[in-house]
Design a protein around this ligand. Structure first.
Ligand code: FAD
Length: 321
């Protein structure tokens, strides 16, 4: 059956928020195309968790229990088999580094067109058209697919909406390719400042070299803690390269793409490679002692000052609210 398959990315059995958004988006598009959206989870995901994808619009959920979570090749094997067995037209991913890797692998395996950083999708002439911002988000480009298409969303581009009820979960067994066994997940990167993934945070306090040292991140952690649940701490690549902060928290071209409701950039210059990973944030507050720092060009609120003075004052102000 031609339709849309969504890869629901999981982290230790929990489904990532962007994948829920991808399922809702796929269900809406499938409705317009007169077909169905299905979802697949890889790894040992609970019945209730996998089935809950139905609440976001998946008509059916597949689960490949025996394939390992967290690495790309087994997931590509699983998705490619589902494409071979069901003749889907499109795969949609919510984003995330692993989503990008698996999406690229799937497109290569099945000979599909691929569009990454998708922020909108429409139906034209019975086919999907993916939209993605280009040239620093100043233009929108549109991708049409001659055959099958793989669409990878930009973080938080697709809104998760609960509309249905739990779906049935079908367990599938996939013969993994020889390459699948060559990479295994040894350990997950440490995440500091909050228990939540920075891609899921509502408030993100990001620190740059202006925080002065690894210890300077205490200022960012204090501010995130003042905001309470839903707030996390991230960093620039300069800081990660310096060993001040783990890579799991890196935002930008070679890190994660984030789009929280509030992004606080503390001691960050605003290099283009950082900007591309956070410019989708709803509100950006920048604190920098250099009034000419590029970050102020794309901030909603700029504070010219020393992070050592501004951050504690901001933390106290947030706590007082
Ligand atoms: P800096 O550029 O050194 O800026 C520090 C800022 O802090 C300055 O503006 C300074 O005025 C301010 N400051 C200093 N002291 C204080 C103080 N006490 N109070 C207030 N402000 C202060 N970068 C990323 O972030 N993510 C990426 O994914 C990424 N990928 C890259 C990929 C490639 C191929 C390349 C070439 C680069 C990449 N970079 C990436 C690096 C990027 O170009 C910048 O070097 C990096 O973002 C700079 O980090 P920063 O803002 O922390 O440091």
């Amino acid at each position: 059956m031609a339709g849309i398959l969504v890869y629901a990315l999981t982290n230790e059995g929990a489904i990532n928020k962007n994948s829920l958004g991808a399922v809702s988006q796929a269900a809406k598009l499938a409705g317009e195309l007169g077909t169905e959206a299905h979802a697949v989870v890889v790894g040992n995901v609970d019945d209730a968790v996998a089935g809950s994808l139905g609440e976001y619009g998946a008509a059916k959920v597949f689960r490949a229990k025996d394939a390992p979570e967290g690495v790309s090749t087994p997931a590509v094997d699983v998705l490619a088999k589902l494409f071979a067995d069901n003749d889907y037209d499109y795969a949609i991913f919510g984003g995330g580094l692993l989503g990008f890797e698996i999406g690229a692998g799937l497109a290569a395996r099945i000979g599909a067109g691929i569009t990454a950083e998708v922020t909108g999708v429409k139906v034209e002439g019975g086919k999907l058209v993916a939209q993605r911002p280009i040239l620093g988000d100043s233009l929108i480009s549109e991708s049409n697919y001659k055959g099958k298409g793989v669409l990878i969303g930009r973080t938080n581009a697709f809104e998760a909406t609960q509309s249905g009820s739990a779906a049935s979960v079908e367990d599938i067994t996939v013969d993994l390719s020889p390459q699948a066994g060559k990479v295994r997940l040894v350990k997950r990167g440490e995440q500091r400042g909050a228990d939540i993934n920075i891609e899921d945070a509502n408030v993100l306090v990001a620190g740059g070299r202006g925080l002065g040292a690894a210890e300077g991140f205490q200022l960012a952690e204090d501010l995130a803690a003042a905001f309470g649940g839903g707030a996390a701490v991230g960093a620039t690549r300069a800081v990660v390269d310096a060993g001040w902060f783990p890579y799991a928290g890196q935002i930008g071209q070679t890190g994660k793409t984030v789009a929280p409701k509030l992004y606080v950039a503390a001691g960050i210059s605003g290099a283009i490679q950082h900007k591309v990973g956070m410019q989708g944030s709803e509100n950006i507050i920048a604190i920098n002692k250099d009034a000419n720092a590029p970050i102020f060009e794309f901030s909603d609120l700029g504070i010219v000052g020393d992070v050592q003075k501004v951050m504690p004052a901001l933390t106290e102000a947030v706590k007082a609210k």
